[in-house]
Design a protein around this ligand. Structure first.
Ligand code: 0WD
Length: 254
């Protein structure tokens, strides 16, 4: 069956075919959703367009989440093209490479602000402008990591930004619940993507998961995609303000 037939969903954060957002898009398209993709800049536009071409009837729109005017324009375009919006996938994060290695202690004011702007505030900024299009209720989801809750080597400022993101999920869920708009996060196990390239010593992180996670293997993007599909569908209608782990159970062990 098609769990998302007639649903219009925006997917933010596809950079290439390894992006978690791309796996999410495929799970959503399989269930009949109509998709709009956004890209950060011309740097990734070509790749996003090429991928989107494989999904019939999808849209591709610019949106650098650090620029309010671009989010405003996105909202206008979606109002024209979709009318009603049912879902929003936020799969965006960024920190300077120098802030993803060594000590957290040495984080600069600027690096801290940048990581929080792109990785946490952007969820608030897009929810603020796009939730108004969710006139039939809706589901918003974002991507987080266990480094929000526990100290993980090299994750540093991104862990602090993810903590802000997870807390933002709860406050947004409370604000938007009366409109039947749900807000949740998936906390994924480590996956080798472009963003992961920024984390030093990522290989040893993957190896630890293979050894210790109850499922004894690392997380695949398709597994995240299917959980995201569940969160965007009516099957999850009782769930909001939650962080759901898709990590092979790693978070429950040592
Ligand atoms: O192990 C992992 N890969 C995990 C990732 C484990 C748990 C969570 N996550 C999270 C990430 O923190 C992020 O929030 O999942 C989300 C998606 O990350 P990804 O799929 O691993 O990485 P990637 O394919 O690089 O997508 C993130 C994209 C950016 O990619 P690049 O690498 O080009 O910076 O976020 C987008 C951009 O496309 N992005 C922006 N989009 C709009 N405006 C901006 C911006 N200013 N900055 C980055």
């Amino acid at each position: 069956g098609e769990l998302l037939a007639g649903k219009n969903i925006i997917v933010m954060g596809v950079a290439n075919d390894r992006s978690i957002a791309w796996a999410i898009a495929q799970s959503l398209a399989e269930q009949g959703a109509r998709l709009a993709f956004t890209y950060e800049s011309e740097r990734v536009e070509g790749r996003v367009r090429k991928l989107a071409e494989t999904i019939p009837n999808s849209l591709v729109l610019p949106c650098n989440v650090t620029v309010d005017a671009e989010i405003d324009k996105l909202a206008d375009t979606l109002r024209t093209e979709f009318g009603v919006l049912h879902g929003l996938v936020h799969s965006i994060a960024f920190a300077k490479a120098e802030d993803l290695a060594g000590d957290f202690l040495s984080t600069s004011r600027e690096g801290f602000a940048l990581a929080h702007d792109i990785s946490a505030y952007s969820l608030v900024a897009v929810a603020q402008r796009l939730s108004g299009l969710m006139t039939e209720g809706g589901s918003i989801m974002t991507m987080t990591y266990m480094g929000a809750e526990r100290v993980m080597r090299n994750y540093n400022v991104m862990g602090v930004a993810k903590a802000a993101l997870e807390s933002s999920v709860r406050y947004l869920a409370n604000d938007l619940g009366p409109k039947n708009i749900r807000v949740n996060a998936i906390s994924a196990g480590p996956i080798r993507t472009l963003a992961a390239k920024g984390i030093s010593d990522f290989n040893s992180i993957l190896k630890q998961v293979e050894e210790k996670a109850p499922l004894r293997r690392t997380t695949e993007t398709a597994e995240v995609g299917d959980t995201a599909m569940f969160l965007l569908s009516h099957l999850s209608r009782g769930i909001t303000g939650e962080v759901i782990y898709v990590d092979g159970g790693y978070n429950i062990v040592g």
